[in-house]
Design a protein. Structure first.
Length: 337
């Protein structure tokens, strides 16, 4: 039995012969770095397509100094905001002709982040975007790759790096002032986990806003971003006298609060008003439709990509970029009675 010889991949010289040009001209077309006459470029591209020639990525990187690949290190793929931000980054990178290597982490510790950097360095990336919003990243001196463009998303880590984030403090202030403006004497808060930078900034802004308006500051109830933790908080709030307004640090916990209040026979917003944070697509379908703070995750992703690309191209991006939020008023908030 004779074996069928494997088909040889077409080379740059094969393309040059097919197009009637030099191998150097084919290389110029493949890398896109040097100017080639339009008719010559078209002839070379047609020859590549006929032969099924695929330019060697390593060779292109050697010539251009770029791999056209970026790395993304992300903690928690399960949250709505993280996935929307990642989608925007991937879309922008693809449009610009870059591929993306994602490394999700179970825990944002020094060893896990350092290990992720090492893996990305081995996979030849031009830059890295970090989306890790846990205090543990800031408690240790995570060694960043020397000379590697890096952009940090949603973090208070004090590195000399470009940082892009939603204006968390503005959003929490909008939610709290909205409820105070409806005549509520104070606003109770269901906060996210203590290790979250986002939760901390929203919690501090909520507290500061109450103090500035001369309102009492109730003890916040801590959740973990899930609807289940919101439900547990809602049960406590329903049983607490004097509660008329609640600001939940995300829409999922607000959903749990709504369910607990309904089960306890408390009418929303007649008895208790509820405001969330995120404006996830389902928020308008909650019962009642949820008043919430809209985060523009797509804008955060786009800003992160543009900042990283600027660094890759040798420009100096801005130090910090805050994307504004907006309050979306629906039926879950009403005047105090």
């Amino acid at each position: 039995m004779t074996s069928t010889p494997s088909r040889r991949e077409p080379s740059i010289n094969d393309v040059a012969r097919e197009a009637g040009v030099s191998a150097q001209t084919v290389s110029r077309v493949a890398t896109g770095k040097d100017v080639v006459r339009a008719e010559t470029r078209e002839r070379v591209v047609e020859a590549m397509q006929r032969l099924g020639y695929r330019p060697n990525g390593a060779a292109r990187a050697l010539k251009s100094g770029r791999f056209r690949n970026i790395g993304v290190i992300m903690f928690s793929l399960s949250t709505y905001g993280n996935m929307r931000t990642l989608e925007a980054i991937a879309s922008e990178a693809t449009t610009a002709g870059y591929s993306l290597t994602l490394i999700p982490l179970d825990a944002a510790t020094q060893s896990s982040v350092s290990g992720a950097f090492a893996r990305l360095s081995e996979q030849a990336v031009d830059g890295i975007i970090i989306l890790i919003e846990a205090h543990r990243l800031n408690e240790s001196d995570v060694e960043l790759p020397t000379g590697m463009p890096v952009v940090v998303l949603d973090s208070s880590a004090h590195y000399d790096l470009p940082v892009v984030d939603t204006d968390q403090a503005q959003g929490a202030r909008l939610a709290t002032e909205h409820l105070l403006g409806l005549g509520h004497e104070t606003v109770w808060h269901v906060t996210g986990p203590h290790e979250s930078f986002s939760a901390q900034r929203r919690r501090e802004s909520w507290r500061r806003t109450l103090i500035e308006h001369g309102a009492a500051v109730p003890e916040p109830i801590t959740g973990d971003w899930s609807a289940e933790s919101g439900h547990a908080a809602g049960e406590r709030l329903a049983a607490t006298p004097g509660v008329t307004a609640v600001f939940a640090a995300n829409d999922q916990m607000a959903l749990g609060v709504l369910r607990a209040l309904h089960q306890a026979g408390r009418s929303v917003p007649h008895d208790i008003s509820v405001v969330g944070f995120d404006d996830m697509p389902e928020a308008a379908s909650f019962w009642p439709a949820l008043t919430t703070v809209r985060q523009h995750f797509d804008q955060v992703g786009v800003a992160a990509w543009r900042s990283l690309l600027a660094s890759i191209e040798g420009e100096r991006p801005g130090a910090v970029g805050l994307i504004p939020t907006e309050l979306v008023v629906r039926e879950s908030s009403g005047r105090a009675r």
